[in-house]
Design a protein around this ligand. Structure first.
Ligand code: NDP
Length: 450
C-alpha cells in the first residue's frame, strides 16, 4: 500500500485487517476503496453514519463447502467451493464463479467486495457476490468437468435463486461449465428458472452479447476516455493481456474501431504479431481447441514471436488493456509501459494493476480506469439477461450491443462527474469508488441496521 489513508478512516481499515488476517487481496481491494473515500471523510459524515463502512466491508454471508467428485480413473478428488454473498442493498447478490487453483477465501472476498461497487455503478438493481472453487479445469476431460460442476451445484443450489443470488462465469467458467451447472440446478429443483444464472447459451435462456460484453464494454469505456482528449482507437497500437473471454472480445472490438492489437498472452507467455492478432486463429486455439498460445506462433508463421519468459508489458504500445488476472501489472511493468509512451490503461480484469502501478499511472497523468468501472459491461449485460428472462423475451444482437454501449457511456459520465464534484477531475479511481459507494450507502441507510 502506498498512499496514506485518511486518519478518520484508518481505524476502519485497521479493523478490516485485524478481522480478516492474511487475506491480502481482500485488504488491497478495501484499501483502494477506503483511499478514495478521503473527500467524504471530512465533509460528508452522512456517508459514514451507522457504521456503513464497517458493514460494507463485512460480507452478509460466507459459504464454504466440500466438492467431492470422481476422476475418469475412479479416484475421489476433493475441492473447496465458495460463495461469498456480500451485499444486497441494491438487489440480489450478483457476481461470477471462478474455477482456478489459486482460488481461496481472500480472492473470492476481494472479487465480491469490488462487485458491490461495480454493480452499483451500472445503475442496475443488483447487489454483489462472488464464488468459485480451487478446482483446475486444465487437463480435465469433458466428463470430469461435468461431474465437478454437478457436484458443485449439488451444494450451491440451496443458496441461489432468481431473487436471491444469481451467479455467472469468470476465470475457468464459460458457456460449457454454466451449461452443466444450470442443468444440475434444473434437475434438483425441478424448475426451469432461467434467471438463476447468467451467461447461459443462446438456445437455453442466454442473452445476445453476453459472451462479448466484458471485452466490448472495456473498449467502449476506453473509447469514452480517449474522447475526453479528442482521440479515438483509430491507428493506435494496443496490447491486451490474457487470451480468454475478456481478452478475445476486447481484441475484436479494438479491431472494429480501427486500432491494432499487436500482443496478447496466456499464463505460459505472450505473442507479438505486428500485423495485428489474427482473431479467427486465436479463437480456434483458445475457444475451440482450448490449447496453449504458443500454438498461435507455430501456426501463424515466422513473423510472429512467442516469448515464454519475460513481460508482455515491455511491448511498446499506446494503449494497454490488462484482461487476465489480479496483480498481473506491477510497478516495474507500469514503468516500462510509461517509458514506452503508453497513453491509456483500462482494466478488463479485476484488480490487475497493483497500487504501485496505479500510483505511477496517475502520477504520470495518463488516462487510467479501474476495472470496477471499465469492465462493468459484463455484469451489466448479465442484468440485461435477467431482464429478458423475467419478461420471457429476447433482444437482437444490435439492440443489446447498443444498450451495452449506452450503459458504458453512462458509467463513464458518472465517474467523470463524481470525480469533478469532489475536486479530482480525471481521477477515474475516485470517481468510480465514490459514485459506487454513495449509492450503496444511501440504500443501506434507508434499509436500517440489518
Ligand atoms: P478466462 O478464464 O476466459 O481467461 C483468463 C485468461 O487470463 C487466460 O488467458 C489465462 O491464461 C489468463 N490467466 C489467468 N490466470 C492467470 C495467471 N495467474 N497468470 C497469467 N495469466 C493468467 O477468464 P475471463 O477472461 O473471463 O476473466 C479474465 C479477468 O476478467 C478476470 O480478472 C475476471 O475476474 C475478469 N472479469 C471477467 C468477466 C467476465 O464476464 N468473464 C467480467 C468482469 C471481469 P491460461 O489460459 O494460461 O490460464
Amino acid at each position: 500500500m502506498t498512499a496514506a489513508v485518511h486518519p478518520r478512516l484508518q481505524p476502519h481499515f485497521d479493523a478490516v485487517i485485524a478481522r480478516n488476517p492474511g487475506e491480502k487481496e481482500f485488504h488491497q481491494a478495501v484499501y483502494e476503496v477506503i483511499l478514495s473515500l478521503t473527500p467524504i471523510a471530512g465533509k460528508r459524515p452522512e456517508y459514514l453514519q451507522w457504521s456503513i463502512l464497517k458493514r460494507i466491508c463485512e460480507p452478509e454471508r460466507q459459504i464454504i463447502f466440500r466438492v467431492p467428485w470422481l476422476t475418469d480413473a475412479g479416484e475421489v478428488e476433493i475441492n473447496r467451493g465458495f460463495r461469498v454473498q456480500f451485499n444486497t442493498a441494491l438487489g440480489p447478490y450478483k457476481g461470477g464463479l471462478r474455477f482456478h487453483p489459486s482460488v481461496n477465501l481472500s480472492i473470492i472476498k476481494f472479487l465480491g467486495f469490488e462487485q458491490v461497487f461495480k454493480n452499483s455503478l451500472t445503475g442496475m438493481p443488483i447487489g454483489g457476490g462472488k464464488g468459485g472453487s480451487d478446482f483446475d479445469p486444465k487437463g480435465k476431460s469433458e466428463q470430469e468437468i461435468m461431474r465437478f460442476c454437478q457436484s458443485f451445484m449439488t451444494e450451491l443450489y440451496r443458496h441461489i435463486g432468481e431473487y436471491r443470488d444469481v451467479p455467472a462465469g469468470d476465470i475457468g467458467v464459460g458457456g460449457r461449465e454454466l451449461g452443466y451447472l444450470f442443468g444440475q440446478y434444473k434437475r434438483i429443483t425441478n424448475q426451469y428458472e432461467s434467471g438463476v444464472l447468467t451467461g447461459k447459451g443462446l438456445s437455453w435462456g442466454g442473452s445476445q452479447v453476453r459472451t462479448e460484453a466484458t471485452g466490448y464494454g472495456t473498449v467502449f469505456f476506453a473509447q469514452e476516455m480517449l474522447g475526453t482528449k479528442g482521440q479515438s482507437f483509430d491507428g493506435k497500437r494496443v496490447v491486451v493481456s490474457g487470451s480468454g473471454n475478456v481478452a478475445i472480445y476486447a481484441i475484436e472490438k479494438v479491431h472494429q474501431l480501427g486500432g491494432t492489437v499487436i500482443a496478447c498472452s496466456d499464463s505460459n507467455g505472450y505473442v507479438v504479431d505486428e500485423q495485428g492478432i489474427d482473431l479467427d486463429l486465436l479463437k480456434d486455439i483458445k475457444e475451440v481447441r482450448r490449447a496453449r498460445l504458443s500454438e498461435y506462433a507455430e501456426r501463424r508463421g515466422s513473423d510472429v514471436r512467442h516469448v515464454a519468459d519475460g513481460s508482455l508489458w515491455d511491448v511498446p504500445c499506446q494503449i494497454a488493456l490488462p484482461c487476465a488476472t489480479q496483480n498481473e501489472l506491477r510497478g516495474s511493468a507500469a514503468k516500462a509501459l510509461l517509458d514506452n509512451g503508453v497513453e491509456l490503461v483500462a482494466e478488463g480484469a479485476n484488480m490487475p494493476c497493483t497500487p504501485k502501478a496505479i500510483d505511477l499511472f496517475q502520477g504520470a497523468g495518463i488516462l487510467y480506469a479501474p476495472g470496477k468501472a471499465s469492465n462493468a459491461g459484463g455484469v451489466a449485460t448479465s442484468a440485461l439477461e435477467m431482464q429478458q428472462n423475467a419478461s420471457r423475451d429476447s433482444w437482437s444482437f444490435e439492440d443489446t450491443e447498443a444498450r451495452l454501449q449506452q450503459i458504458m457511456t453512462a458509467i463513464h459520465t458518472r465517474c467523470v462527474e463524481t470525480a469533478e464534484e469532489f475536486g479530482e477531475p480525471g481521477n477515474y479511481v475516485m470517481g468510480a469508488n465514490l459514485a459506487g459507494y454513495m449509492k450503496v450507502a444511501n440504500a443501506m441507510v434507508a434499509l436500517g441496521v440489518i
